[in-house]
Design a protein around this ligand. Structure first.
Ligand code: 2HG
Ligand code: ZN
Length: 493
């Protein structure tokens, strides 16, 4: 069923309430926000609407709901799965949606060291949130490569993960409270920084990871943790992913909760970064099948962590778990090591096309899974080049499959990608589902993974999700096409 276009009266009401800064139907203003970050989809929308505060956001949703007009919420437009891109030309909903940008809502409403909490509006950029927490002598312990673009609303709505999940968990474990507009325009006001609240269903947990399909997040109360006194960042070379996990448990035994990042970079990943990212250089003399970036931290006033990490890495070398390691001697060296890890996605994109997968299996199964899946992909898609990197400590890697090398090389693998990527992804998602894992560990489902998700998901889980969607958004106006099927928007499960 097609979504109705907003009536001229609705557009006029929105323009009058939000003013020039908050409303535009000029195609030139819309254009930059209609293509997803990975440049996979370009959509269309009737207007770009940017509320300045929660009341304006509620007004927008209520007005759209009255006409059954679709709303596509957008934050930093850095979704890996086109979760914030409206329907494309020729698709149902074409040009009918309101693209609701939260970028004007960028206030930090409060920071409380006493409560260990910050209240940030949906449009606050992650890097600014880090700065605000630091200014209060605290820390917001979630980070990812897109921290200069990703916003609080998007991070909440996708239950973002990143490179520090190991100790403090993903967004789901960092959100203490939420303020959101529900699909009928009513406000859910729950920003109190409560550590305990047992009044039945935890509605905020439905919105976290709900991908904007159950409501529009306008602000969140987020957990803060003690600021870091010192960090030690190590780059480690080793031959076996199994032994990487033995190292992780050894580090935890010796250093306890100090270990905050445990990131895996394969030899070909490091090579891609060194080839495509200017100013980078190899941290170790030799090349290793696998590399690890480990970050351990100590609180202020505690014994320096580097002095404790070094001996454990020495012990690991003696035990033959790892081959080589270096610990950054300065903050700038630490940043350079992090650049090697955080540039992987960009280096991979510069090198050519890849079918991207964001998978999780139980941590202990991951080394075996990576090897089995790489062999299966190589057999089924000759020439395709699997590359697995990322959050090994969380049992989550990006098992991407790069286009075959060679040919005349002039199209960067575009023809291969167009012909094969959908099949490759279905194959990889099938493998991970068979292994009892998840085909989306941290990026969400969005529009790019919807078909595979709906095919592979457990039927009971699918039915429950559709029932929840129908209960809260019976007209299906919130972010149609992300996560759930468009056609089901009015169907009872
Ligand atoms: C990362 O861990 C991101 O670097 C991006 O989640 C992963 O580009 C990717 O596949
Ligand atoms: Zn990741």
């Amino acid at each position: 069923m097609r979504y109705p276009s907003p009536s001229p009266g609705l557009l006029a009401r929105l323009a009058a309430r939000l003013g020039r800064a908050g409303f535009s139907s000029d195609p030139a203003d819309l254009a930059p926000w209609l293509t997803d970050w990975r440049r996979r989809l370009t959509g269309a929308a009737a207007a770009l609407v940017s509320p300045a505060d929660a009341e304006e956001a509620a007004f927008v949703v209520a007005a759209a709901a009255a006409e059954g007009v679709a709303i596509v919420p957008q934050g930093g437009n850095s979704s890996m799965v086109a979760g914030a891109t409206p329907a494309g030309i020729g698709e149902p909903g074409e040009a009918c949606a309101l693209l609701v940008s939260m970028r004007r809502m960028r206030q930090i409403r409060s920071v409380s060291a006493a409560d260990n909490a910050v209240v940030a509006e949906a449009g606050v950029v992650l890097a600014d949130l880090h700065d605000a927490a630091a200014a209060a002598g605290r820390r917001f312990p979630l980070s990812l490569a897109a921290k200069g673009n990703a916003t609080v609303g998007g991070l909440v709505s996708t239950n973002a993960g990143g490179t520090q999940v190991l100790r403090f968990g993903p967004m789901r474990s960092l959100v203490l409270g939420l303020e959101a507009v529900l699909p009928d325009g009513s406000m859910l006001r729950g920003l109190a920084p409560l550590r305990k609240d047992n009044r039945g269903y935890d509605l905020k947990q439905l919105l976290i990871g709900g991908e904007g399909t159950l409501g529009l997040v306008t602000a969140a109360t987020l957990r803060l943790v003690p600021a870091i006194g010192e960090r030690a960042v190590a780059w480690i070379g080793l031959r076996s992913a199994e032994q990487a996990l033995t190292l992780l448990r050894l580090l935890e035994d010796r250093l306890g909760e100090s270990v905050e990042s445990f990131e895996l970079v394969p030899a070909e990943g490091l090579a891609l970064v060194l080839r495509h990212i200017p100013g980078t250089r190899a941290p170790l003399a030799d090349s290793w099948e696998w590399n690890l970036l480990v970050e351990a931290v100590s609180p202020r006033g505690a014994e320096a962590i580097a002095g404790r990490l070094g001996p454990v890495l020495g012990e690991a070398i003696e035990r033959g778990l790892i081959g080589d390691a270096t610990i950054a001697a300065s903050e700038s060296q630490a940043d350079s090591l992090w650049t090697l890890r955080e540039s992987l996605s960009e280096a991979e994109a510069r090198d050519g096309m890849a079918a991207k997968h964001d998978i999780a299996v139980p941590v202990a199964d991951m080394p075996g899974f990576m090897a089995r899946a790489a062999a299966a992909v190589a057999e089924r898609f000759p020439g395709a080049r699997p590359i697995a990197f990322g959050h090994l400590g969380d049992g989550n890697v990006h098992f991407n499959v790069r286009a075959p090398a060679g040919g005349d090389g002039s199209d960067g693998g575009r023809a291969w990608f167009a012909a094969t990527a959908t099949e490759v992804s279905r194959f990889v998602h099938g493998l991970v589902t068979e292994a009892g894992g998840s085909m989306s560990a941290e990026h969400g489902i969005g529009r790019l993974k919807r078909a595979d998700f709906l095919q592979l998901v457990d039927p009971a889980r699918r039915a429950a999700m559709l029932a929840i969607k129908h209960a809260l958004d019976p007209a299906g106006i919130m972010n149609p096409g992300a996560l759930l099927p468009l056609a089901d928007r009015r169907a009872r499960p």
